[in-house]
Design a protein around this ligand. Structure first.
Ligand code: LLP
Length: 442
């Protein structure tokens, strides 16, 4: 399902040798396989084909323009959550009528920008946001289509607490019990309230959680119709899982999940509804790896510490969510085959000792993996951190004044730099103005 594999003891992205790429372009380096992005997009299309949804790739998962442009060319719409993401979507060539705009805190400026850009649908998260959009649409002389993001009070037990969004204790959506009246015709002068949106978290491992949300959506639909409103579209959000380790690869089937959701949705589709989904990680996570170099090895009190050149500044997920990313040397003698089998340390045959893989940042929480069984490593060698195509570069920072890594896209035996490595000058460019004497009297 993805384009990263070991051949003759070295890791390749499609037909590009990643050891060579790392020495040509330096590390840390994100590498995305376009073939893999396309394959994942197609497999989602397939999994959800019974409902033929508009698939809006979640820009926040991987915001690189080359990636967005490529997915748009494959037929993807985009799910955006800020003015900055709308700007990216436009540069990537997305057609405005394939863009959905979510987010709990849309500013007036962002709403104006979205309306002026003609985006398809707002996913609205509060009554006061509805009023703000209504008033800005009025000023622009436009009618705007909106979906209500409901809070269905449904949570998947396996989703990390920090990214579980469907429960009543979270900030997301309008409690579903207050939603039906918002669809009453004529309630807003410049809005057409036409959609129901629910995104219950990310990732969601159990189809049953989507089905519970759909139960809630179906009763809302009935209430809306009783009050004279009409729903035209249902957006199931994202959260479809990606595979991060060997255990999950046996547990999660996107095709089965899609089939279960589609069967349920089709049961109440005598209404001619259109469907939207907003997948992020299921498309991008396993289309990317992070290449990082071993700077030092040192013996701690009770285990070896591997210090690499990428830390929480580059990949925050282990620190923030205790997320697991497979890590394995890019050159691994005798390794052949799919990365997840090669890195599965439960096989024990290639594994060496338990080590901590840590970054260069001055925080104890700066690590990529703790107590991980890896083969014997050497200073200067390159490691691959897998499943790094989603919520990796898009969450990277310049903390400790380290420039963000470069990004590369690969297709077949060719690659292109898709974002340059940030230089010292890039780090300070916006601050040089502050070195001048104070000049603004109050
Ligand atoms: N739709 C909405 C409204 C969302 O908030 C999100 C993700 C998605 C779609 C896409 O979810 P996906 O298919 O990628 O799971 N930084 C965290 C994930 C945060 C997700 C935020 N919203 C992580 O690294 O796991």
């Amino acid at each position: 399902m993805d384009g990263f594999a070991y051949k003759n003891g070295v890791l390749w992205a499609e037909r590009v040798n990643l050891e060579t790429l790392a020495s040509t372009l330096g590390t840390p380096l994100f590498v995305y396989s376009l073939g893999t992005l396309a394959a994942h997009f197609r497999s989602l299309q397939q999994a959800f084909s019974p409902i033929d949804p508009l698939i809006c790739f979640s820009v926040k998962s991987c915001s690189n323009l080359s990636v967005l442009k490529f997915l748009v060319e494959q037929g993807s719409g985009l799910d955006v959550v800020s003015g900055g993401e709308i700007h990216r979507a436009m540069l990537a060539g997305a057609s405005p009528d394939t863009i959905v705009f979510a987010g709990v805190g849309k500013s007036a400026q962002e709403i104006r920008y979205a309306i002026d850009s003609g985006i398809h649908l707002f996913n609205v998260e509060s009554e006061s946001e509805l009023e703000r959009i209504d008033s800005i649409a009025g000023e622009s002389g436009r009618h705007v289509k909106v979906s209500i993001r409901i809070n269905p009070d449904v949570a998947d037990a396996d989703t990390p607490q920090k990214t579980s969004t469907g429960g009543r204790q979270t900030k997301f959506g309008i409690p579903v019990t207050r939603a039906a009246r918002l669809y009453s015709p004529g309630l807003y002068d410049n809005l057409r309230v036409v959609g129901i949106h629910a995104h219950i978290g990310s990732p969601i491992y159990n189809a049953a959680s989507y089905l519970s949300a759909l139960d809630v959506i179906e009763s809302l639909l009935i209430d809306v119709e009783r009050l004279g409103g009409k729903v035209e579209s249902i957006n199931m959000g994202g959260g479809f899982p990606a595979i991060y380790d060997a255990v999950q690869s046996e547990r999660v089937s996107l095709q089965e999940m899609g089939a279960a959701i589609c069967t349920r949705l089709l049961k109440f589709n005598t209404r001619g509804l259109r469907f939207v989904i907003e997948p992020g990680r299921s498309i991008s996570a396993n289309a990317g790896v992070l290449l990082t170099r071993v700077e030092y090895l040192k013996d701690g009190w009770d285990r070896q510490i591997i210090i690499v050149d990428a830390g929480m500044n580059v990949l925050l997920r282990p620190t923030l969510y205790s997320a697991h990313h497979c890590i394995w040397p890019v050159r691994s003698d005798g390794s052949d085959g799919h990365w997840i089998e090669v890195t599965d340390s439960s096989r024990g045959d290639k594994a060496g000792q338990s080590v901590d893989v840590v970054g260069p940042i001055c925080e104890t929480g700066d690590y990529l993996a703790l107590a991980r069984t890896l083969p014997q490593l050497t200073q200067g060698e390159t490691l691959a951190v897998f499943s790094a195509g989603a919520y990796a570069m898009s969450m990277a920072s310049q903390y400790n004044s380290r420039g963000r890594p470069a990004e590369v896209v690969v297709q077949g035996n060719q690659y292109r730099v898709a974002r340059q490595r940030e230089s010292y000058e890039d780090l300070t460019a916006l601050e040089l103005v502050g070195l001048d004497p104070l000049e603004h009297p109050v």
